[in-house]
Design a protein. Structure first.
Length: 208
């Protein structure tokens, strides 16, 4: 059975850290492709703090356009209400990922909270989880997850150290707000999109 990676994140904005992580997971796990899924309404974040889903989706499209095995799905931005990963995996499994093994890929810190996610036990019937991390991640923090998940679900969580790229979306937003360059932190089409739409700038009161 071939396997597909589902790369979940807020991607506000998408940057080279995300893209490089996806590339290394694609190769490391021998995936057929990686589908980026920008969260529509991240369940655990105040909506006012997140840029509109359409902008985040468009930036993900621009960032992945030149990769033959990267796609972007609008599944979460088209669905009403909070973007629960459980709903997303169900929908993908019933539609474009039929008969495929799924790996949900996201940041290590986000995965450490997976036991608090909606219907988390059912999540593990649908997918394995890849927690992308930097070399030197806290093994201790990871092992505490077993206490919450139990051995069966825990065995389906795979920490995966990727090349150290200390890029964070929050830092990119700060740089734009303070008029600093973000060149070479994001793909150039994403940088131009941010500039064109005035995203993250101090005067952009409305992030949408
Ligand atoms: P977050 O809390 O914003 O991110 C935590 C850390 O992980 C940050 O350092 C972040 O860096 C990094 N990160 C996030 N996505 C990544 C990715 N795909 N690859 C590499 N690093 C990544 O996490 P989030 O983006 O809101 O949520 C992550 C995923 O978990 C989303 O798909 C979200 O929908 C899902 N989630 C689901 C539930 C639920 O179903 N109840 C609850 C929480 C989260 P950057 O800021 O640089 O990206």
């Amino acid at each position: 059975m071939t396997a597909i990676g589902v790369m979940g994140g807020t991607f506000d904005p998408i940057h080279f850290g995300h893209l490089r992580a996806a590339e290394e997971v694609l190769q490391g796990f021998g995936l057929e492709r990686v589908i980026f899924v920008p969260a529509g309404m991240p369940p655990h974040k105040p909506l006012s703090e997140v840029t509109s889903p359409e902008h985040r989706y468009m930036m993900a499209k621009l960032a992945t356009a030149d990769h033959p095995r990267f796609d972007v799905s609008p599944v979460e931005i088209q669905r009403e209400g909070p973007s629960y990963t459980l709903d997303t995996l169900r929908e993908l499994k019933q539609t474009i990922c039929k008969d495929k093994k799924l790996y949900f890929i996201t940041g290590f810190d986000a995965i450490l909270e997976v036991h608090t996610w909606n219907g988390y036990k059912q999540l593990f019937d649908l997918a394995d989880f890849i927690a992308v991390t930097r070399p030197g991640y806290s093994v201790e923090a990871f092992l505490t997850l077993e206490k919450f998940l139990g051995p069966e679900c825990f065995s389906k969580v795979h920490p995966f150290p990727v090349t150290l790229l200390a890029i964070a979306s929050r830092e990119i937003r700060r740089r734009v707000r303070e008029g600093e360059s973000i060149r070479y932190l994001v793909p150039e089409p994403v940088r131009l999109y941010i500039e064109k739409h005035g995203l993250y700038s101090a005067t952009a009161g409305d992030m949408g």
